[in-house]
Ligand binder design. Sequence first.
Ligand code: R5P
Length: 298
Amino acid sequence: MIVTTLNNSEKIAKKIAKEFGCPYSRTKVSAFPDGDLYLKFNSELNKEKLIIVESFQPNSNSALLNVIFAAKTAKDLGAKKVILVVPYLALLRQDKRFNSGECINARIMADLINNSGIDKIITVDPHLHRIEKMNDIFTIQSKNVTANHIIAKFIKRKYRNVAVIGPDWESYQWADEISKEIGVEDTVLEKTRHTSRNVDVEVTKEINIKGKNIVIVDDIISTGNTMIKACQQAKKLGAKTVNAVGVHGLFVEKGYLKMKRAGFDDIVTCNTIEHESNKIDVTEILIEELKKEIPKSK
Ligand code: R5P
């Protein structure tokens, strides 16, 4: 078995290789002078099981293309099985045609992966909303693991006198499960998305926020605007501190800086996308899933 990465997720990949006692070999990905992709495996793949660990951020579109070129090449070179471990699976948020003529990213991304030679995809907390299950779009074996338990453990260890806020209805699946595990109250805000950069949130179910250490939990932090609006609401209601925990910290358009300036006391993410805010390690839950089909040191 060989573990590889293309451009992202090297730290997780190396830990997975170490756990299974197999080599980690980085795949060379660069470009010809005209920008065309150049990709080269640096290990013999014939009859091998290949694990590609590659987050789809930064650069979601090229990450997808690189993974497809890599998987097809691996099969062409004789790899007997290709497993894609994708800590952050992008392109899921455009999961329906909101306006006529639009492309439904989630379906096309899955279709491309289904036909790329990848045998199984494993990901962490994918943004499943209008598409409810991975196998609604994936015809290959698929598995999503959740970071909820390790996030709850982190919050329990780090903060006292907590209440949890989910900034929008889609965050219910994280906010509710995490607050239950910690044994604290939670509320999910109502979000109106005006554009991809402009949102408003409203408290519809009031809980006791005054004097509490508030933890706002969401799957994706992209521009950070959703988190910032939720933070403003929590402060208005008298929160003692306001802390953000995201599974996937994209922090596009200086999102991290904007959140810090908005007065967050703490900003924490899982390491599905490498960033200085990574304080919760998902490697272990990915390894647990991989162990189900790969006996150690094979
Ligand atoms: C959407 O439903 C997600 O759960 C996040 O709330 C959203 O992606 C956050 O985006 P942004 O950080 O740009 O407000």
